[in-house]
Design a protein around this ligand. Structure first.
Ligand SMILES: C[S@@+](CC[C@H](N)C(=O)[O-])C[C@H]1O[C@@H](n2cnc3c(N)ncnc32)[C@H](O)[C@@H]1O
Length: 147
């Protein structure tokens, strides 16, 4: 399980000087008891290099499940966007769990996911949603509402 980014540099490729995530671990663990699905379906808006996604896959999804990661990666138009996509694409398979990476802006992607949910009548929605994309209030609220 991921607890400290610096301890996982061998297995995962994270920028340890920029940790957006590990401060969440105690509060998230206290919420896990509310997730009743044995194979949780997770949505993450804003994945960056994947530290929160790796944590969710190796804890909540340890017995199965899937994460859908939305991140725009500058639409692959910048070296930084492409590098973050490369790291995410390298880190998530290391967990051995199921994942989808949707390399687009959140709003059009969330509409597309909504269409998928409607089209696939076996779909059960999401058990856990992490909204960590753009942090301006309006954008965060819009992402949360669409999610
Ligand atoms: C704080 S970082 C995410 C950190 C990640 N959850 C973690 O714990 O390591 C925010 C990410 O959201 C992405 N992002 C920001 N606004 C977005 C949007 N509107 N749609 C998709 N991705 C977005 C950024 O490119 C960045 O990679």
């Amino acid at each position: 399980m991921l607890t400290d980014l610096s301890a996982f540099t061998n297995q995962y490729e994270f920028t340890t000087t920029q940790d957006w995530f590990t401060h969440n671990i105690p509060s998230w663990k206290s919420l896990f008891a509310f997730i009743t699905s044995p194979k949780p379906h997770i949505l993450e808006i804003g994945s960056w290099e994947g530290s929160s996604a790796v944590f969710l896959l190796t804890t909540l999804c340890a017995q199965g499940g899937e994460i859908v990661c939305i991140n725009h990666f500058d639409l692959m138009c910048t070296p930084m966007g492409r590098e973050h996509h490369r790291k995410l694409s390298q880190n998530l398979p290391q967990t051995g769990c199921s994942f989808r990476i949707l390399p687009q802006y959140s709003v059009p992607t969330l509409y597309a996911l909504l269409e998928e949910e409607i089209a696939w009548d076996t779909s059960t929605g999401f058990d856990w949603v992490y909204v960590d994309g753009l942090h301006c209030t309006d954008d965060t609220l819009l992402d949360a509402e669409l999610a």
